[in-house]
Design a protein around this ligand. Structure first.
Ligand code: GLU
Length: 479
């Protein structure tokens, strides 16, 4: 059975690139009836934080991913948090030591660098394998000096070939990998070691991860072999770049899933969009439901070239998904945004929800995010905050004159509905021989504070006669 994993480090919020890795693993597992494992790689004690693990889990769940095994749901080959697996790494390290596949190294970083420079090389070239050949007596001497050893893997002299499921055959020549550290002097495993021990003990069959890990793969393969473990298949996905084709980073604006979630993106839109980062259907289709993606996803259709994250396209796609939401669903999703904008209380009364539903319906076609809803519709829920430019332009003497004349017309209207409002206001324009724009704009600005928004008459109807008259009178009083 296929077993895949997503192995984030809890050192920050879930990044778009990592979310994509998680998604591809998830799709693969669901497509092939496999198991999707979440493993928390928290061996970097300084940078890992439980809050970030919690946040990762929340954001993954928000995206609609679920996993069959993980720190929160358990599973047969746990624990699923590396910090709780230290005994397993110790056992594996002891095995390698016993078999002479690893050895203690007492060199300090500065010593290694100095030797490199003295030998006429670059100090970052890496380790010269000096402690490989220490005698027992030399080791004891080092220990007596109080040196705490790291454990290094004795890298075998052999080329390593990776049959990558996305990139094809990649060969790493022999002799280019120095003996690398697998256990640090504080006893903690290094990234390479922990990943391999875990992937082998967790029975991972396919390692699907970012291309930045391709260069680590020969190390991993050699370690799998040394541990006598089955080497999994590898698939390295292309990197995700920003619109300027440099690696996606904070410079490109929001790069965490959380930022998009908080900005009012829908998880299904986000899910759909990131699936297209490095994967595409044969027909070039763009809109996919979760089920379609599970049916269609395959590693063969993953691109080798980098994917470009285009926030504008994501925004567009979010708008498409927003327009497709049934009204009740739109309300359900928008309410938290209206609440955090202070437009609705924690426990909205049915009448407020009804108002929200009707206001949202007026703008649904134009919404691009749920936050947009709060920004565009605030004047339905609280007093208007007037845009000074709109006021200067449309509530000048002529505008006020119009409002003063319209006020009794509107006050006399019964019922106060869209059709009647439109007829009366248009009749007023005809009578006075003024252009509709000279009337519509001041009216719109007076009741909403801005120049753009929902259809004027729908908006007036929903605001209701009292509110409309109160706002118009407020403007006139200020004159
Ligand atoms: N913790 C690693 C990372 O976040 C995962 C490495 C892997 O997938 O093998 O990059």
């Amino acid at each position: 059975m296929m077993r895949v994993r997503f192995a984030p480090s809890p050192t920050g919020y879930l990044h778009i690139g990592n979310a994509r890795t998680a998604l591809f693993n998830y799709l693969l597992a669901r497509r092939h009836g496999g198991r999707f494992v979440l493993r928390i790689e928290d061996t970097d004690r300084e940078r890992s934080r439980p809050e970030y693990e919690q946040a990762l889990i929340e954001d993954l769940r928000w995206l609609g991913l679920d996993w069959d095994e993980g720190p929160d749901v358990g599973g047969p080959v746990g624990p699923y948090r590396q910090s709780e697996r230290l005994a397993l790494y110790r056992d594996a390290a002891e095995k390698l030591l016993r078999e002479n596949a690893a050895y203690p190294c007492y060199c300090l970083k500065e010593e290694i660098e100095r030797r490199r420079v003295d030998a006429g090389g670059d100090r970052s070239e890496g380790y010269d394998n000096r402690c490989r050949t220490l005698t027992e007596a030399q080791r004891r001497q080092c220990e007596a000096e109080g040196r705490k050893p790291v454990l290094r893997f004795r890298v075998p002299e052999q080329a390593v070939e990776v049959q990558d499921l996305i990139r094809g055959r990649v060969v790493f020549e022999s002799g280019v990998i120095p003996d690398f550290v697998i256990v640090k002097s504080d006893g903690m495993p290094t990234f390479h070691f922990a990943v391999v021990v875990d992937d082998s003990l967790m029975g991972i069959t396919h390692v699907v991860r970012g291309e930045d890990h391709l260069s680590n793969t020969p190390k991993h393969i050699l370690l799998f072999r040394a541990l006598g473990a089955q080497v999994p298949q590898f698939a390295h996905m292309s990197m995700t770049l920003g619109p300027d084709r440099t690696r996606l980073s904070k410079r490109h604006g929001a790069t965490s899933v959380r930022a998009y979630r908080q900005a009012g993106y829908l998880p299904e839109a986000f899910f759909n969009y990131i699936a297209l980062l490095g994967w595409g259907s044969a027909e070039g289709q763009e809109m996919f439901s979760r089920e379609e993606l599970i049916r269609e996803f395959s590693l063969e259709r993953c691109n080798r070239s980098s994917a470009v994250f285009d926030p504008q396209k994501l925004l567009w796609m979010n708008g498409v998904y927003l327009r497709q939401l049934p009204s009740e669903e739109l309300v359900r999703r928008a309410v938290p945004f209206l609440q955090s904008a202070g437009l609705l209380p924690d426990q909205p009364a049915p009448a407020s929800l009804e108002l929200a539903a009707r206001a949202l319906a007026l703008e649904q076609e134009k919404l691009r995010t749920l936050q947009d809803a709060a920004d565009r519709l605030d004047f339905f829920f609280r007093e208007v905050s007037y845009d000074p430019e709109a006021v200067a332009k449309y509530l000048d003497a002529a505008g006020r004159q119009v409002l003063a004349e319209l006020e009794p017309v509107l006050a006399g209207m019964e019922p106060f509905d869209r059709r009647g409002l439109e007829e009366s206001v248009r009749a007023y324009c005809r009578q006075k021989g003024v252009k509709t724009s000279a009337v519509f704009h001041p009216l719109r600005v007076a009741v909403s504070g801005r120049t753009a928004g929902p259809g004027l008459f729908e908006m007036l109807e929903l605001l209701g006669k009292d509110t409309v008259l109160r706002r118009i009178r407020g403007i006139l009083r200020q004159g």
